[in-house]
Design a protein around this ligand. Structure first.
Ligand code: NDP
Length: 262
């Protein structure tokens, strides 16, 4: 099926690694034009080189989603370079693995700032561009933690729940402008985040065996971590103009880790 994304333009935050990079790659594969940002210039440059896309298809920019001015500047570059914008993927971020007693006040502030600024700054910066599109869509990359909190990820779980709630409000607020807003809620996906945790764990197990034990420990029905491309597929589907009647919802991409009825 033609997803109707050819020559559409999408901005992906955190597009230099993991889910974001897989989404950039999938969008380019659909013939879309893509803008991607991240904080580390080298990582972005390597990711872009690996994709091998022409400059008229891929634009990268160094910016931290917490910095509203930097995000606005990048969005302006995107508008000038591509002449418009049809999609926004709010993906940049990471989780904070701490329980209540290890979590400082600064941790709470930092986590809430990252999660909320990570959605609101790019949205404010691109809203006028999106409003001008005839098929605008926003996808917020979230986590099953939003609905199923884990005490060992206490700040991330709480922030994720807030973002899921915010996504619903945004879907209602932006519908009159023709902008759809949806979320994907991830379980455990094998990306840079888990590779870093494996390295920090000092485990004697190989990475694959460590992942298998992790999947069993977390009760993942499919018995394995997800792959970034598997998430990208859901994101691209929600961005597609073919999904024109889907807004205000969330799709779990979690291998069956969710215990509730989604
Ligand atoms: P990765 O660490 O592989 O990639 C994260 C990307 O975000 C990188 O491109 C990183 O680049 C960028 N990034 C991080 N912080 C910022 C920032 N402040 N401003 C701009 N860019 C930033 O992570 P994943 O692909 O695993 O994660 C993608 C999203 O999915 C995140 O929001 C994460 O919390 C969420 N998620 C992931 C899960 C998983 O199991 N992998 C589970 C649930 C949710 P740089 O560091 O150079 O800025």
């Amino acid at each position: 099926m033609d997803l109707g994304l050819a020559d559409r333009t999408v901005l992906v935050t955190g597009g230099s690694s993991g889910v974001g990079l897989a989404t950039v790659s999938a969008l380019l594969g659909e013939g879309a034009r893509v803008a991607a940002c991240g904080r580390d210039a080298d990582r972005l440059a390597k990711a872009a080189a690996g994709l091998g896309a022409a400059r008229d298809r891929l634009l990268t920019g160094v910016c931290d989603v917490r910095d509203a001015d930097a995000v606005h500047a990048f969005a302006s570059r995107v508008g000038a370079h591509f002449g418009g914008l049809d999609g926004l993927v709010n993906n940049a971020g990471q989780s904070r693995m701490k329980g209540l007693d290890e979590t400082t006040e600064a941790d709470w502030r930092d986590e809430l700032e990252l999660k909320f600024a990570g959605v609101l700054n790019p949205l404010h910066a691109t809203r006028e561009l999106l409003r001008a599109s005839d098929a605008a869509a926003v996808v917020n990359v979230n986590a099953v933690l939003a609905k199923q909190p884990e005490p060992r990820l206490i700040t991330t779980s709480a922030a994720r729940a807030g973002i899921l709630n915010l996504s619903k409000s945004l879907a209602t607020e932006l519908a009159p402008d023709g902008i759809r807003v949806n979320s994907v809620c991830l379980g455990l996906v094998d990306t840079g985040q888990w590779a870093r945790r494996y390295a920090a764990s000092g485990s004697a197990l190989g990475y694959e065996e460590w992942q298998r034990e992790l999947a069993e420990d977390r009760g993942i029905a499919l018995g394995r971590l997800g792959r970034a491309e598997e998430v990208a597929y859901a994101i691209v589907g929600l961005l597609s103009p073919r999904a024109s009647y889907i807004t205000g919802t969330s799709v779990d991409v979690c291998g069956g880790i969710g215990r509730g009825i989604a």
